[in-house]
Ligand binder design. Structure first.
Ligand SMILES: NC(=O)c1ccc[n+]([C@@H]2O[C@H](COP(=O)([O-])OP(=O)(O)OC[C@H]3O[C@@H](n4cnc5c(N)ncnc54)[C@H](OP(=O)(O)O)[C@@H]3O)[C@@H](O)[C@H]2O)c1
Length: 294
C-alpha cells in the first residue's frame, strides 16, 4: 500500500525540526519544506523528501504539498518587519490559498494560547487570522495552542550572562505559567498528523508550570552565576524592547502580548489539553550547549 507522506514546514526551526525528526524516527515519510539548498541537502540526508519553497509563494506551496496526507504549518513571526501584521497576513493568505488548492486532508497548525481572540493579543492575532483562514477552506484543522516556549529563555541569555540581570515583563515574578519545550511540541505535532481527528479541533499543549523567579533560579544554576530578577514596569516594556533593537511596531505588539498575558487572555480555552513534561533545566542546558544565543 502507498505510505502516507506528511509535509512539514519550518524544518530548520525548532518545532518543525522536532516534528520532522519524530516522523522520520517512526519510519513515516516526510516532505521537508525548506528555503535553501543547504537545508534541502541536510534533510535529504536524514531521509526526507524535500522541496525548496517560501510560504509566501502560494503556487509553489500548493505544488509542494499536493498529494500529502497531512501538513504541519506555522506562521513565522518576523519581529524585524516594519509592519509585522502585514507580514503575517501575507503569509496567512498564501498558506490558506495553497492548502485549499492542494486539498490537503488535514493540517496541524502551530498556533498559540489566545488565538481564539481576534484582538488585544499582539502577534497572536495573526495566528487567529490564520486559524480562521484555514477553517474557511473547509479542510480538517488541528490548531495546536501552546503557551510560551521554554526556548524563549534565549531572549534573556545575553542580559543574564553579561549583566547578571533577569528582566521580567510582567507585574509580578511570582505568577506561574506553563512553559513547553519545542521538542515536546514536535512530538505532539507528529502524533496529531498521524492521527487525524473526525472534526476540527483546537488542542492546548501545556508544559510544566514555572514562575519567572523559578525560571531565573534555574537559569542562574545552569549558568553558575547569581541573577537579579528585575520586574519592569509596564510603561517601560515597549521602550526596553526598542532599546534591544526591535522596530517600534513589533515592540508595541509584544508589549500588547505581555499585557494580554497579565489579563489571562492567553489561558487555555481549546477543545482538549495535552500535557508535556520536559523540564526547563533540560531545555536550557540543550540551548546553551547548541549555542542558540547571540
Ligand atoms: N515563542 C513562543 O513562545 C511561541 C508561543 C506560541 C506560538 N508560537 C509560534 O511558534 C512560531 C515559531 O516556531 P519555531 O520556534 O519552531 O520557529 P523558528 O525556530 O523561529 O523557525 C522558523 C522557521 O520558519 C521558517 N520560515 C520563516 N519564514 C519563512 C517563509 N517565508 N517561508 C518558509 N519558511 C519560513 C524558517 O526557515 P529559514 O531557516 O529558512 O529561515 C524556520 O524553519 C511563532 O512564529 C509563533 O507562530 C511561538
Amino acid at each position: 500500500m502507498h505510505q502516507n507522506i506528511y509535509a512539514v514546514a519550518g524544518v530548520t526551526g525548532k518545532v518543525g525540526s522536532a516534528t520532522a525528526a519524530r516522523l522520520l524516527a517512526t519510519n513515516d515519510r516526510v516532505r521537508a519544506l525548506v528555503r535553501s539548498s543547504a537545508a534541502a541537502e541536510e534533510w535529504s540526508s536524514r531521509g526526507a523528501d524535500t522541496r525548496i519553497v517560501d510560504l509566501g509563494d502560494a503556487v509553489a506551496l500548493e505544488a509542494a504539498i499536493t498529494g500529502c496526507a497531512g501538513l504541519f504549518i506555522l506562521l513565522p513571526f518576523d519581529l524585524s518587519a516594519d509592519d509585522p501584521d502585514a507580514h503575517a497576513d501575507a503569509l496567512a493568505s498564501s498558506i490558506a490559498t495553497a492548502v485549499a488548492a492542494a486539498a490537503v486532508p488535514h493540517v496541524v497548525m502551530l498556533s498559540s494560547g489566545g488565538a481564539d481572540r481576534a484582538a488585544g493579543t499582539g502577534p497572536i492575532t495573526g495566528l487567529h487570522r490564520l486559524e480562521e483562514a484555514l477553517r474557511a477552506t473547509g479542510i480538517r484543522l488541528t490548531a495546536m495552542r501552546p503557551g510560551h516556549f521554554q526556548e524563549k529563555i534565549s531572549d534573556a541569555l545575553d542580559t543574564a550572562q553579561n549583566e547578571g540581570v533577569y528582566p521580567v515583563f510582567a507585574a509580578s515574578a511570582d505568577v506561574s505559567h506553563p512553559l513547553v519545550a519545542t521538542q515536546d511540541l514536535g512530538a505532539v505535532a507528529a502524533d496529531l498528523l498521524r492521527d487525524p481527528p473526525q472534526r476540527n479541533q483546537s488542542v492546548d499543549v501545556l508544559g510544566p508550570e514555572y514562575t519567572e523567579r523559578q525560571v531565573a533560579d534555574i537559569l542562574a544554576r545552569v549558568l553558575g552565576r547569581e541573577l537579579q530578577v528585575v520586574v519592569l514596569p509596564e510603561e517601560a516594556w515597549a521602550a526596553t524592547l526598542i532599546d534591544a533593537g526591535l522596530p517600534p511596531q513589533a515592540a508595541a505588539a509584544l508589549a500588547e502580548l505581555y499585557r494580554a498575558d497579565e489579563k489571562g487572555l492567553l489561558a487555555p480555552r481549546g477543545d482538549r489539553t495535552i500535557r508535556t513534561d520536559t523540564p526547563l533545566e533540560t531545555t536550557i542546558t540543550h540551548t546553551l550547549a547548541a549555542g542558540h544565543h547571540a
